[in-house]
Ligand binder design. Structure first.
Ligand code: GDP
Ligand code: GDP
Length: 454
């Protein structure tokens, strides 16, 4: 499993090498003050508390004059960022923000990687905070005063940094989509499996070392690979007499955990039962993408309203996964079975989607403009400073606010609805993480800048 990567970005001479040396605890690296020299990217292992990661130094984003951020340099920075879980944008607190910083910041706001602003050379106890506060205007959230040479502030920066790294053991690359087919007994799971496999030569692959006797079936469509998880569990009941009430729910839970997308199969003749809801709850809890498959649609007597009535019933009763698409199929006749995979593709894409910080902050600004956050009786208002996507699968967006407890459930649901309305995320759960953020007191009236969203 690869370690998460942290990219260090910034113009030359702000102190990137000095900071990398401190983070990586290696004293022998080269400090160069030669603008214009583009070095190769270097990778160095680092850790903070119990988190290990790799630091990649982009070698200094060099400009031909002080303002133009050249395409080839963008390209280089983009490469470094494309593999990073988070970035530290290093700026110089003693010179203050300049046009190059602004150009880089503008570009960083378009990227999907969370960025922390490390304001270097802030070792002065008198001026450090004010020097850092000048960088609020970059629109990348709270600037951290640090000193690469003296070490001040780096602990706070790293504390924040590790919250943006994916949890250890959860860095998962998708080259195939893993699908779990779950549902109550007799809804038609094995019929559906047969319909998928049917005209397609499927590869059955036992998985060693994970769930004992779990067997996956791999199918291909249009050059895409789908791994149907634990199909042994789906077929098993055929051979073993479990009795009609046996649900095999633990096996279903395990399959959900391994999946990217869960097909939650319902029986059109039964409506939505409590057991269906229990499975839906688990899918949401585990943060998996989901498609609701209403099977046996051939057996339903229909008029032109039936499908809408049914859709409404499913949406109402499946509130845990009300973000999931619903499709009406017949495993028996094959009607719309192949369409399920189209919905799976969309759900899987949305599940691993990343949205740029500037788009997230546009949604927040818009949402807050329509409806202000709640205030206490004393008139103290909730404030959202900014948001950024911190992970995917499922998408998680951290919202940095003055006091999380001022944001009641009602308002939180409103914000989540806004994200869905503006950004879609069809088929995947979305996590909003409400994080309290102490705004550091700084002298001289710069403090109110902290209240801006952008
Ligand atoms: P890079 O080009 O961004 O990698 O910057 P370097 O790490 O080579 O540092 C550039 C210059 O800034 C060097 O002269 C460093 O000694 C100086 N410098 C780096 N960190 C600090 C710091 O925390 N405080 C002060 N005052 N100077 C620093
Ligand atoms: P499982 O227990 O979820 O794997 O369900 P099965 O695939 O074994 O199906 C249970 C019963 O429902 C069987 O008698 C199937 O023939 C029937 N069945 C499955 N799919 C359909 C369908 O699309 N339409 C109809 N009418 N019956 C179906």
């Amino acid at each position: 499993m690869p370690l998460p990567i942290v990219a260090i970005i910034g113009r030359p001479n702000v102190g990137k090498s000095t900071i990398v040396n401190r983070l990586c605890d290696v004293q022998d690296a080269i400090v160069h003050d030669e603008p214009g020299v583009t070095r190769d990217r270097t990778y160095r292992p680092a850790f903070w508390n119990d988190r290990e990661f790799v630091v990649v130094d982009t070698g200094g984003l060099v400009f031909n004059d002080d303002t133009e951020f050249l395409p080839q340099i963008r390209e280089q920075a983009k490469l470094a960022l494309s593999e990073a879980s988070a970035a530290i944008f290093v700026v110089d607190g003693q010179t203050g923000p300049n046009a190059s910083d602004e150009a880089i910041a503008e570009w960083l706001r378009q990227q999907t990687v969370p960025v922390l602003v490390g304001v270097n050379k802030c070792e002065s106890p008198e001026q450090g905070l004010a020097q850092a506060a000048q960088f609020w205007e970059l629109g990348l959230g709270e600037p951290f005063p640090i000193s690469g040479i003296h070490g001040n502030g780096t602990g706070e920066l790293l504390d924040e940094l590790v919250t943006f790294l994916p949890p250890a053991g959860e860095i998962d690359e998708i080259d195939e989509i893993k699908i779990a087919i779950v549902g109550r007994p007799n809804v038609g799971k094995s019929s559906l499996l047969n319909a998928f496999v049917g005209n397609n030569r499927a590869i059955v692959s036992p998985i060693s070392g994970t769930t004992r006797d779990a067997i996956d079936t791999v199918i291909e469509r249009d050059g895409k690979t789908y791994r149907l998880i634990d199909t042994a569990g789906i077929r098993k009941k055929k051979n073993v007499d479990y009795g009609p009430e046996f649900f095999g729910i633990n096996r279903a839970f395990k399959a959900i955990r391994r999946a990217n997308v869960v097909l939650l199969v319902l029986d059109a003749l039964d409506g939505v039962t409590e057991q269906d809801q229990k499975l839906a709850g688990r899918i949401e809890e585990e943060g998996r993408a989901c498609v609701i498959v209403v099977n046996k649609w051939d057996a339903v007597e229909k008029d032109s309203y039936t499908i809408y009535d049914h859709e409404k019933l499913v949406k109402d009763r499946m509130h845990f996964v009300d973000w999931a698409e619903t499709i009406f199929v017949s495993a028996m006749t094959g009607q719309r079975v192949e369409k399920i995979l189209e919905l799976v593709n969309t759900a899987a894409e949305q599940h691993k989607r990343r949205v740029t910080t500037s788009v997230i902050n546009e949604v927040i600004e818009e949402a807050v403009a329509w409806r202000s956050p709640p205030a206490t009786r004393q008139g103290r208002q909730g404030k959202i400073y900014y948001g950024t996507q911190v992970s995917s699968q499922p998408p998680a967006i951290a919202l940095f606010v003055n006091e999380p407890k001022r944001f009641n459930d009602n308002y939180r649901r409103y914000i989540e609805r806004q994200f869905r309305q503006q950004l879609g995320f069809s088929g995947t759960p979305v996590r909003l993480l409400w994080r309290g953020k102490k705004v550091r007191e700084v002298e001289g009236g710069t403090r109110n800048r902290a209240t801006r969203v952008k």
